[in-house]
Ligand binder design. Structure first.
Ligand code: HEC
Length: 154
């Protein structure tokens, strides 16, 4: 009984999410993911300015908001914005390498690492410790870079 219900729930979840993702054009996938990355970079730059460089006075609430935004994007299911048709060998105006689909295990690994560190960033920012946030900022930055080094063209 329980199992049947689980499968039904999973099927329902799929029927809701898959068509929505499939309807998105390749152009829209590219625009949405580039916008998402820019938005994360903007929030990362706020953390850098306040927690790392100290250019701007540390404001714990702003740091929390920035980290929450990054974690929200990281947990939003961005995988739906990546289709093989949207890589740079098949589409215009993108730097996504086809290797992203040719090396699915590596892609999953860098994606999981990023998600894990983004969630930690959110937790650390919530505690309000500037030095800890600076350290976690660096940890997240490494996971951004790992994906770029593997899957983003210059
Ligand atoms: C899972 C892989 C992955 C992770 C993790 C990742 N990126 Fe990227 N990023 C990409 C890819 C691929 C592109 C190129 C997207 C395109 O052109 O379609 C990109 C593009 C960008 C861009 C340029 C967007 C534009 O306007 O073209 C910025 C800025 C960026 N990433 C910042 C970040 C930051 C900051 C993080 C971490 C907080 C991050 N990325 C994490 C893969 C990743």
């Amino acid at each position: 009984m329980k199992k049947t219900r689980l499968i039904a729930t999973a099927a329902l979840a799929l029927s809701i999410t898959l068509p929505a993702a499939a309807q998105m054009s390749v152009e829209d996938q590219i625009k949405a993911r580039q916008g998402a990355y820019q938005f994360m970079a903007w929030n990362m730059s706020k953390i850098k300015a306040q927690a790392v460089d100290g250019d701007i006075a540390y404001n714990a609430d702003q740091m929390k908001a920035a980290a929450n935004a990054i974690a929200a994007v990281a947990n939003s299911g961005m995988g739906a914005l990546f289709s093989p048709e949207s890589s740079l060998d098949k589409a215009d105006d993108t730097r996504l390498k086809p290797e992203f689909f040719e090396q699915p295990e590596k892609a999953r690994e860098v994606g999981m690492n990023f998600g894990r560190e983004a969630n930690k960033l959110q937790a650390v920012a919530a505690e309000g410790d500037k030095a800890a946030l600076a350290r976690q900022f660096a940890a997240v930055g490494k996971t951004c870079k790992a994906c770029h080094d593997n899957f983003r063209a210059k």
